[in-house]
Ligand binder design. Structure first.
Ligand code: ZN
Ligand code: ZN
Length: 356
């Protein structure tokens, strides 16, 4: 049995709990997870013992090479084909993926299905399976992390006083592709000076100065990496150093809290406790981390109230931060894998504040 067939079997078992005859998988990362198909247009119709991948003629060759299940190539709407399959199979209760299907897709499917068919939106069925990574997935994430860190190391050597935020972002992305990445996992964040206080800053044409935040990740063999590091152009002042030390301490505390059996929320609380002791608790405006894999943001979310129990093999980020308007912000982020006794930090890059 291929790894994809194995995953489909587990998905079909999970589906049984929802009393549905079949599920129409429309989230492309979920389609990829269950079939191997990496195209940009696809639907998977999955029921116990039956899997049919639908795509269009652009993907005839690719789907045949990648997917290990039955394939139907159709012109026009895939939802129309899906509705015909449902009618032929005489299914009455069909699950769809909440939060993955477009509203237009839902309306079209609902319209084409017979009156006696109930569409049942369910959330997170495949996403839950995806939380715990196989050893080959962990290898892929490790490779992606290494490429990302290499690109960072190479790019920061080329930092010059007249370089702009966009210039450095371009250098980072060029280097990651040169090292084997397919693409950035998200829009590379380069922010300098007071703009580091914007957790998701977009790079601008501003010249790099003083405190510099780089948050970057790449996709390699389909798997994401994610890292944030801080640099300082010139000698950092006491304020920047204080903020940096506090966030580093929080990040180390959160890393120390990770282990199988711990709730995701407890890891978040470990980071928050440290920042509170330094008086920066109100400056920490996001959660401590997130799962990653075929997508840059996956379950679990390491937020205050997340009750997910961490399991060996989960790939997550640990990234506390503190942001002060008009002054600047600091975030430090690693990609780690949960183990029985703690975690394996995949990110090899040093966490010292890099002074350039
Ligand atoms: Zn990041
Ligand atoms: Zn992240």
């Amino acid at each position: 049995m291929t790894q994809f067939a194995e995953r489909r079997k587990r998905a079909a078992i999970a589906l049984a709990e929802h009393a549905a005859d079949a599920i129409i998988v429309s989230g492309l990362p979920n389609v990829r997870y269950l079939t191997g198909f990496t195209g940009s247009n696809g639907l998977l119709i999955l029921s116990p013992g039956h899997a049919l991948l639908l795509s269009d003629p652009r993907y005839t060759i690719q789907a045949g090479q990648e997917a290990d299940c039955a394939i139907r190539i159709a012109r026009g709407s895939l939802y129309e084909v899906a509705a015909k399959v449902v009618a032929r199979k005489k299914w009455k209760r069909v699950a769809i993926e909440r939060g993955r299907m477009t509203h237009g897709g839902f309306l079209e499917l609902d319209d084409k299905l017979g009156a006696g068919v109930r569409l049942r939106p369910i959330g997170g069925l495949v996403e839950r399976l995806r939380m715990v990574k196989s050893s080959s997935e962990i290898d892929a994430i490790r490779k992606s992390v290494q490429t990302n860190s290499r690109a960072f190391d190479e790019a920061i050597r080329s930092i010059r006083p007249d370089m702009t935020e966009t210039g450095l972002a371009a250098e980072l992305e060029y280097r990651m592709r040169q090292s084997g990445a397919e693409r950035p996992a998200f829009e590379t964040i380069v922010a300098s000076g007071a703009r580091t206080a914007l957790p998701h800053a977009q790079p601008t044409g501003e010249k790099l100065h003083k405190l510099l935040l780089v948050d970057m990740g790449c996709m390699q063999a389909g798997y994401a990496s994610d890292m944030t590091r801080m640099l300082h152009l010139g000698k950092p002042g006491p304020q920047a150093r204080k903020l940096y030390r506090a966030v580093l301490e929080a990040q180390l505390a959160a890393l120390a809290a990770v282990r199988a059996g711990t709730k995701a929320g407890e890891v978040d609380r470990a980071a928050r406790k440290v920042l509170k002791a330094h008086g920066f608790d109100k400056a920490f405006v996001h959660s401590t981390g997130h799962g990653l894999g075929l997508e840059i943001h996956e379950a679990p979310r390491l937020g205050k109230k997340d009750e997910t129990v961490l399991e060996t093999g989960m790939a997550i980020t640990i990234e506390p931060g503190a942001y002060i308007e008009g002054v600047g912000g600091v975030r430090i982020e690693d990609t780690v894998v949960v183990t029985d006794s703690g975690c394996d930090v995949l990110t090899p890059t040093s966490k010292e504040l890099v002074v350039v």
